[in-house]
Design a binder for this molecule. Structure first.
Ligand code: WQD
Length: 363
């Protein structure tokens, strides 16, 4: 198949692009490179032996989207592109609604014009209402508690309406829990800009010496050790879930929802312990006040994904920490910071293909 991947140069996107290429699919990537680097796609090409075609563009540029969809004519789209920081969304709701909701409307409109009606959408477990009993099942009540989560909820509802309006659409909504880890080679991984909001990348930066200690946000929660409990899922398992959803859509019309999680929760202290074992030293941490907006625990029930997709998480927290450490220790500062000003899209694609090594300068 020919798959167009929005946000395909990013953290989860690059892992999905790798698996798609390794499975023999043709891949086009649509990415504005606002929170990603072409370096991830160059390394994906080195690892898989095949190069995706990168189309640099913004989901808010509907003309660009229309032309890329009509030019590439993909069989399906996997939609990762969007803004994803909960805290930032509280400060910048307009930017989040524009990029995530309007961006997705632009995407499905461009798809419809191009006659492309197979879509895998990257949603989030934050759409579940906080009061919902655990483990979270797909039919549980939805009620997001921050603008980021509300954009994901609105997009889910838009896609539900789209599927009702036109039965020729095949749509998979995937609700992730906490994506962590990296490809076991350590060649690609999570490269957050600035201070990481999320636990695992912050711990990884402590382990590699970029940060002094982990701050544990609260140890008075009603959980097994008092610290927050979450359903961490290895990014390789998550990427595989996207390919399995894509295969399912090849033979099913309509709109489907699946949780992609392990079905069990791990505490902050246990994540710190796993990472300490992975990097070979006890990582320093400090117990501090709760972070506003956090809940004690949530984890998902992945039964329907297992029954309907044949998917289940294969990797546990020890492997998540091991693989994340492999990435972070080999890339202490993340990907090189390239100066792309004045570099054409074709030159960047030649760089990804390995045809030209030197044109993209490091800052
Ligand atoms: C995990 C646990 C914190 C940082 C968010 C989004 C979710 C998804 C993943 C996009 C919590 C604790 C954290 C730190 C800490 N993103 N923590 N010290 O908040 O569960 O989920 O990111 O889809 O939608 O809501 O992830 O990694 O920020 O926090 O103690 O420095 O770690 O309190 O218990 P979260 P997280």
């Amino acid at each position: 198949m020919h798959v167009l991947v929005t946000g395909g140069a990013g953290y989860i996107g690059s892992h999905a692009v790798l698996l798609l290429l390794e499975a023999g699919h043709k891949v086009s990537v649509f990415d504005n490179l606002s929170n990603s680097s072409p370096e991830s796609l160059r390394r994906v090409r080195e690892m898989s032996g095949s190069a995706p075609d990168l189309f640099i563009g913004d989901l808010l540029d509907s003309d660009r989207l229309d032309s890329v969809l009509s030019q590439t004519q993909p069989d399906a789209v996997i939609h990762f592109g969007g803004l994803k920081a909960v805290g930032e969304s509280v400060q910048k709701p307009i930017s989040y609604y524009q990029n995530n909701v309007v961006g997705t409307l632009n995407l499905v409109s461009a798809m419809e014009k191009a006659g492309v009606k197979r879509l895998v959408f990257s949603s989030s477990a934050t759409v579940y209402a906080e009061s919902t009993e655990l483990p979270l099942v797909e039919g549980a009540q939805r009620d997001a508690s921050n603008p980021y989560g509300r954009t994901k909820l609105h997009i889910e509802q838009i896609l539900e309406d789209l599927a009702v309006s036109d039965s020729s659409w095949s749509i998979a909504t995937l609700r992730y829990f906490n994506p962590v880890g990296a490809h076991p080679s350590g060649n690609i991984g999570e490269d957050p800009q600035g201070i990481p909001n999320n636990l695992m990348p912050f711990i990884a930066q402590v382990a590699v010496g970029r940060r002094s200690e982990v701050q544990v946000f609260g140890n008075d929660y009603p959980t097994y050790d008092g610290t927050g409990v979450r359903d961490y899922i290895h990014v390789m398992d998550l990427a595989q879930g996207h390919l399995d959803a894509l295969d399912f859509l090849n033979s099913h019309n309509g709109q489907y929802v699946w949780n992609l999680g392990t079905g069990s929760g791990t505490s902050v202290l246990d994540v710190i312990g796993a990472f300490s074992r992975a990097c070979g030293r006890q990582l320093p941490y400090k117990l501090v006040d709760r972070r506003p907006g956090d809940i004690a625990e949530y984890y998902g029930d992945p039964t329907t994904a297992r029954l309907e997709l044949g998917w289940k998480a294969e990797r546990g927290v020890e492997e998540m920490a091991r693989d994340m450490w492999e990435w972070q220790s080999k890339n202490p500062a993340g990907y090189p910071d390239y100066d792309l000003d004045g570099i054409s899209e074709e030159e960047i694609n030649e760089f990804i293909r390995g045809a030209r090594a030197s044109i993209v300068k490091e800052k």
